[in-house]
Write a protein of this length. Sequence first.
Length: 432
Amino acid sequence: MKKFPLHIRIFIGMFLGIALGILSIFFNLGPFIADWVKPFGTIFINLLKLIAIPLILVSLISGISNLKDISKLSRIGGKTMGLYLITTVIAITIGLVTVNTIKPGNFLSKEKQVELSAKYAQDANLKVSDAKKLKESGPLQVIVDIVPDNIFGAASSNRNMLQVIFFAILFGIALIMAPEQKGIPVKGFFDGVNEVILKIVDMVMQYAPIGVMALLAALIVDVAGNNPKQALELFSALGVYAITVLLSLALMVMVIYPLAMQLFTHIKYKAFTKGILPAQIMAFSTSSSAATLPVTMECAEKNIGIKEEISSFVLPLGATINMDGTSIHQAVSAVFIAQAFGHDLTVVDQLIIVLTATLSSIGAAAVPSAGLITLVIVLGAIGVSPEGLALIIAIDRPLDMCRTIVNVTGDSVVASIVATTEDGFRKEPSMN
Ligand code: ASP
């Protein structure tokens, strides 16, 4: 096995996991998978999460202190935010065009609708109450939440990634401004720790094929539950909706990103895709951009050749605020639920979706199913009952896996564009 490159081994792990999951359903091995296979996947996700905060903190401090001049940082920041916003709006527009053309809501029979609404009402209510908590705070609370009052408190939860990013930027800037003689040992320390953490990422990645296999096998068993026939029925009832989401995601990955890479970078899209494939598989297996972040950073730096000073800033920020896949999903799902409820949407409603889906994809945490919670805000803004979530909750997981791939791909595309405009490649990207 060792003689295959890592991305091929991860790929093999992915297929073995899917095959094992399917076989387990046929042979009723669910409990065995839960007891003896799933824990290996959980260990893998824990390892990824374990290094996420130290990695962001140290690589961002080390990256920023390498910039030497602060004006470069604000330039990179401006470009990054601008590109994140543009790609999100394009993503939502694609979702809206596709869903208004296919009209998946018209394919859902009334009986199925009533059945889904009744069956998943409780799950939907949980998401709605989570969203309420999110909405109750004042309009400036999002900004207040970025500034931590205790760095150790902030670093103690992966949910506070933006707070850690804030502290790291502050520390990095102060390090540039501090007297050079005093700053040198501090910088040396962070550079050294950074190297150590990157080695840990390497070690964790060696375990990735097994981790991915265990995660996917367990997931398939979980999704199929005790009644695989029922799961299949559900997929077919919501098939047109799922196809609409997947088609919009595919348009983003196969048309928009290649076009952007072609126009604004010198990296061939095929080489880019090969370079970030491990991150894409990881996104698919974990449904979390946050858990995938260490892998995305490693792929961007090692395989695409992006300098750390760019990737350590652009990618953690992207993992938390730039979610093209999530925003596509929000647009398609909001219109789908409106169509299913026979709620006609005006052009103004569609514009409101662009605005609210942008904000709610920014606000969604980089963890599984986070997009469903913030979708409540989009539904509320166009006057559609949030109970509509019950219609889509049952097949959210596979769609979440796919939209998370788009989320991490979008971050890497923006990192490549910013790197191109900032002389930000460590070497000529090896994969051109
Ligand atoms: N799972 C997604 C992510 O982590 C967020 C979402 O759309 O639910 O990127």
